[in-house]
Design a protein around this ligand. Structure first.
Ligand code: MTE
Ligand code: MO
Length: 388
């Protein structure tokens, strides 16, 4: 006996067999594509959690986030976006492989079957929602009324929950078809096996093309091949991309004419740009790693945040910081950093980028640069520091 799925047995015309039969729609193909899709979703979910908790740390982690390796978030978010993009291809392939089952007749055979179909509907909806919203976030297009971050985070749990349920329900079939030539696939004629091999190679090639033409946005050695990502690591003022321009943030030269740095704390003070420039400077090499997947390392010069905080009477290792931008409105106008970043010798109020003063779009006159942090927290056009 063979357990090979021959498609729905009693589908209505025009979905009646043999239209839906064959090895491209059988359980072995579904398993082969499904485990790659599962792996992509698993990496995407874990790296998504990393990104979320770096931006919204729970209270018990608030001052103990890792600041090393400095490229940690770059790697994690590069993987998040790369596996998310790969999941688009894999999800399409998987849906194409199993779609005949959508037309199985009768649509519901039992309560158990109804629940299973419902869980698959939730799984498909959540998975499609996640890759679609993620993709549109990369191109900064938000054609929906809700806020991307909390909804993308919440639906990730729905997707993962329904994937786990799906894997549990399908465990017997998955294990029976895990390896080529497993029980159900032994009897496959040579030309059917070749068909399946071609399909899997094609899907693999498509994933490869999508990955190679986008991953250069974070993986500098491959940047020449970065053809599809919306931001190229080399394109932008001072050779660095810009997500939010000064114009978009409402920061103009006239607003900057009056610029002072206000530092509050036990011993508050105010600095002009000239006095800030005269303070002891540090140079660091750190990446900007954007949540949207692009990432570029650069040389930054400026004053250590630790020194500025100590001047205001903040205790090193204990003081946290609230940073406010001159930006008029926007989700990233105010940023808080825990004591671990404040205390880190690599965390700067940067004044220069690769040896030249910051351009207006990169946050002139002063911006934050800190190790192993999401780009959204590298606040530009800083004008107030509050020692907490
Ligand atoms: N004030 C302010 N700072 C900001 C932002 C912003 O919208 N407002 N965008 C952030 C984002 S999303 C990123 S990725 C980095 C990009 O820095 P860059 O434009 O200098 O490359 O700046 C961050 N700093
Ligand atoms: Mo970003």
């Amino acid at each position: 006996m063979t357990s090979r799925t021959r498609g729905p047995r009693s589908a209505r015309p025009p979905f009646r067999p043999p239209a839906f039969t064959g090895p491209l729609h059988d359980a072995r193909t579904a398993t082969a594509v499904g485990r790659w899709l599962g792996a992509a979703f698993a990496v995407c979910f874990v790296t998504g959690l990393v990104s979320h908790y770096l931006q919204h740390p729970p209270a018990w982690l608030a001052d103990d986030l890792p600041t090393r390796p400095v490229w940690g978030y770059r790697l994690s978010q590069g993987l998040h976006v790369a596996t998310g993009l790969a999941a688009i291809v894999l999800l399409l392939a998987k849906l194409w492989t199993v779609y005949p089952r959508l037309f199985a007749w009768p649509p519901v055979r039992s309560l158990r079957h109804a629940l299973e179909r419902l869980s698959v509907a939730v799984l498909v909806a959540a998975a499609v929602f996640q890759v679609l919203t993620g993709l549109l976030n990369i191109v900064e297009w938000y054609p929906w009324p809700f806020s991307f971050v909390p909804v993308h985070f919440a639906v990730a749990w729905v997707a993962v929950g329904s994937i786990l349920l799906h894997v549990a329900v399908k465990a017997p079939e998955i294990s029976a078809h895990w390896r080529r030539g497993s029980a159900g696939t032994l009897a496959l004629p040579a030309e059917d096996a070749a068909d399946r091999r071609s399909l899997l190679l094609g899907v693999g090639a498509a994933v490869g093309v999508v990955t190679v033409t986008t991953v250069g946005q974070a993986l500098t050695p491959l940047k020449a091949l970065d053809l599809l990502a919306p931001r190229h690591p080399d394109h932008g003022p001072q050779g660095l991309p810009v997500n939010r321009t000064a114009a978009a943030a409402g920061v103009s030269a006239s607003r900057l004419r009056e610029w002072r740095l206000d530092v509050t704390g036990p011993r508050p003070y105010t600095l002009t740009l000239d006095t800030l420039r005269a303070m002891p400077r540090t140079g660091v090499r750190l990446p900007i790693a954007c949540v949207e997947g692009w990432s570029v390392e650069a040389g930054w010069g400026g004053v250590r945040i630790r020194d500025l905080v100590e001047l205001a009477g903040g205790r090193p290792g204990a003081a946290a910081l609230r940073v406010t931008s001159l930006e008029v409105a926007g989700a990233y106008r105010v940023m808080e950093m825990g004591a671990e970043y404040v205390d880190d010798p690599l965390t700067l109020l940067a004044l220069t980028l690769d040896g030249r003063p910051l351009s207006l779009d990169h946050g002139f006159p002063a911006r934050i640069i800190a190790p192993d942090r999401p780009g959204v927290l590298q606040t530009k056009w800083v004008h107030r520091l509050e020692v907490l």
